[in-house]
Every structure is written in C-alpha cells, then in structure tokens.
Design a protein around this ligand. Sequence first.
Ligand code: AMP
Ligand code: FE
Ligand code: FE
Ligand code: ZN
Length: 282
Amino acid sequence: MRIDLHAHSTASDGTSTPAELVGEAAAAGLDVLAVTDHDTTRGWAEAFAARPSGLTIVPGAELSLRWHGGARPIGLHMLAYLFDPAEPDLVAALARVRTARETRAERMVGLLSADGIDITWGEVLEYAGGGTVGRPHLAQALMRRGLVGTVTEAFAPEWLGARYRIPKEDIDVFEGLRLILGAGGVPVFAHPRASVRGPIVPDSLIVELAAAGLFGLEADHTDHSPQEQAEMHAVAGRLDLVTTGSSDYHGTNKTVRLGARTTAPEALERIVAAGHGSDVVG
Ligand code: AMP
Ligand code: FE
Ligand code: FE
Ligand code: ZN
C-alpha cells in the first residue's frame, strides 16, 4: 500500500487540475491520495468524479492557522481529513481566510507596482483560476515578466519571501482545531518541524494541541531534516499521536514528486476510524 496524504491541485497552488492530480497519483503507483488544497474543498468533486479505479481518495484540506502564544505570531498549517464540507462554522472560516488571502495578495501586487514591477492583480487572479490565491500565483506573474526563473526563486528574500511578503490573516490555531473537530474532521499538523520554511512552534504547543484534540503529526516530509523527522516521531510517540508521511505535491510549482513520502496503512486506518464528517472515496 502506498499512501500519500498531502497534495495540492489548481483548487489552490498546485498546477494539476483535481482530475489530473488523481490520474497522476494512480500513474505514480499510489493506492491512496488525500486531496488537501489550502483553505478549500473546491477540488473534491472533480477529484472524486475523475477517480481512477484502484485509487482511494481521502478528502481533506490544509488550513492556514496561527499561534499567538509566543513572542511573535507563528503561522502553521493544519491538515484536516474527512470533515463535513458543509459544516457552517468551518465553511465561513475558510471563506474568510480565502478573502483575506485575496486582499493580501492584491496589496502585495501594490507593493510590487510601487517599485515599478508592473504585474497586475487581474493576471494573478487569472493564474489562481478561481482557486485559493497564494504567493505561487504572484510568482507566476514574476516568471512571465522574466524577473525570476522559477517559483522557488520567487520565494527568495528579495521577492515574495520577505521584501514583498505580507502576512496572511489566519485562523487562531485552537479555533482551527475546534472547527475541524466540530466538522467531524481529523487534524494532522503539517510539516510541524520544517525550520527551512520559517519559525517553528515549540514542543510545548504540540503538547497543548494534543490535549485540544490534535490527532497526528506529519513527521515524514521533505522539508524536515533527518533530525527534525526523528524529533517529530519521538514527540508523537510520547503523546500517542499518529504519524504520517506525505509529498505535499504542488505540480510544477515545486520539485517534490507524488509519493516522495508515504504513510503507513495502520496510521491511515486510525485516521479513517476517527473521521466522521465525510467518507473516503473508492
Ligand atoms: P502563501 O500560502 O500565499 O503564504 O504561500 C505559501 C505557499 O507557497 C506554500 O503553501 C507553498 O505551496 C508555496 N511555497 C512556499 N515556499 C516555496 C518555495 N520555496 N518554492 C515554491 N513554493 C513555495
Ligand atoms: Fe502550497
Ligand atoms: Fe503546508
Ligand atoms: Zn501543502
């Protein structure tokens, strides 16, 4: 069994449509794929409809959360699986985050324009294609101008990594957990120790999150060093949290391939047994 529990489509900042994504998953030899776009369930229906026989799809999303308990706020990503996509409080919170992402991206276009970089908000929206807007869509605009060669280059500090970056307005992390659990979902902390991505939260927060219903840690992720990966397995063991492994595939926006990290069947079984807002498909 090859199980990949974290992948993005054009419903957010991936480059494969949901239908293409599930086709690629089957072609990559995966048995199970979770569709986890940022702050949206928009890709679910298309993915289900295009599901190749032999592939099981776990419906999910990756929520933009923020912890306010430290010296400065730290953003974190929470995977949510098998929640009810119609639960009103969660639906409303995700809609607010998506709207805030648009306001923020439009302001970032403004900062770039003020420096004479003539990308437009209209084209960024076009690259987002109706899905959740993110910095990778601004990166596309910079690439078309020949200002950067790749999406990764656009994340350098002199571009979207720092100079033109505006923080997102995310959901408070405890509120996020409450929303996911209230919608029958299963929360798994995405790339919890990925220091290459920016500031990371302390273990003490993971302890608090576990007490508040956190179900698992995505310990195996290509943004974790071997030591970070080992630390997350150790913390999960102490707190009796499930550990998962996933690619966090983003199509051509990143170099990682589907199935680059995988999840054990026993971990998936525990997640499926805990989720009661929606069902796996296939
Ligand atoms: P945002 O959600 O708008 O803050 O943008 C962050 C998203 O950009 C992440 O979810 C990743 O998908 C993507 N991303 C972050 N860093 C990089 C990078 N170095 N190269 C390519 N994509 C990245
Ligand atoms: Fe992303
Ligand atoms: Fe993430
Ligand atoms: Zn992701």
